[in-house]
Design a protein around this ligand. Structure first.
Ligand code: ADP
Ligand code: ADP
Length: 226
């Protein structure tokens, strides 16, 4: 459904700072790619370029063989989940998930079907009428995921989606994300600092440092022979 190819991707910020240098990676359909590396090494910048939220300074981004460099974010078929999942506080869970679809003028009955399907997958069925302040951290994080899922994207980008959760919830959500990956059959790029998350979720791990890819390997190879 979605393979990605990053060919010599580069990011030079307007102040001249080179945040990503010659990033090369071919990602297969349904892969779960993990980006790790010290703070400031260029993980988020790379993710934001793939999402189209940050201009690509050099190189080519392809999705399913099509060059995407100048394609608008909304036309990329990509959804992003951030660590600071900003839900709309005055809206119910249902409306939070439906909002993006409403903006895009998707017919009401279709929105209803998509929201209920996402709620079922994420086990939010019984919480649809609640407002965010009446939810736990994990439930809120699931609603944020739900907002991404209803778009039915081919590619998910997740930037430390669990880093604001306590340890117990993190383990629970990790298992849910793994199930979600299987059920949705989506291609995922996931940024984390957590070695256990990287090990258990990733099909391959990309290690970055100072804007450069240092190593790309399976979790087994990486952590057995670092
Ligand atoms: P990571 O996600 O790995 O922590 P980032 O991609 O957020 O790293 O940042 C990579 C580098 O680019 C950092 O040194 C950061 O300070 C710098 N950076 C990020 N945004 C900008 C910007 N708008 N202008 C200049 N430098 C930036
Ligand atoms: P949401 O759809 O999460 O409720 P908005 O309604 O503000 O957010 O979305 C407006 C547009 O912004 C969307 O059509 C889409 O192009 C882009 N967008 C919103 N959320 C995301 C996301 N999680 N990942 C990528 N693009 C997004």
């Amino acid at each position: 459904m979605a393979s990605l190819s990053l060919k010599g991707i580069e990011k030079v910020y307007p102040n001249g700072f080179v945040a990503v240098k010659d990033f090369n990676l071919d990602i297969d359909d349904k892969e779960f790619i993990i980006f790790v590396g010290p703070s400031g090494c260029g993980k988020s910048t790379t993710l934001r370029m793939v999402a189209g939220l940050e201009e690509i300074s050099g190189g080519t981004l392809e999705i399913d063989g099509k060059t995407m460099n100048n394609v608008e974010p909304k036309d990329r078929d990509i959804a992003m989940v951030f660590q600071n999942y900003a839900l709309y506080p005055h809206m119910t869970v249902y409306d939070n998930m439906a909002f993006g679809l409403k903006l895009r003028k998707v017919p009401k009955d279709e929105i209803d079907k998509m929201v209920r399907e996402a709620a079922r997958i994420l086990d939010l069925d019984k919480l649809l009428d609640r407002k965010p302040k009446a939810l736990s951290g994990g439930q809120r994080q699931r609603v944020a995921m739900g907002r991404a899922i209803v778009r039915n994207p081919k590619v998910f980008l997740m930037d430390e989606p669990l880093s604001n959760l306590d340890a117990k919830l993190r383990v629970q959500m990790r298992i849910e994300i793994s199930k979600l990956h299987e059920r949705l059959g989506a291609t995922i790029i996931y940024v984390t600092h957590d070695q256990t998350e990287a090990m258990t979720l990733g099909t391959r791990i990309v290690v970055m440092k100072d804007g450069l890819v240092q190593q790309v390997d399976s979790p087994q190879n990486l952590y057995n022979n670092p």
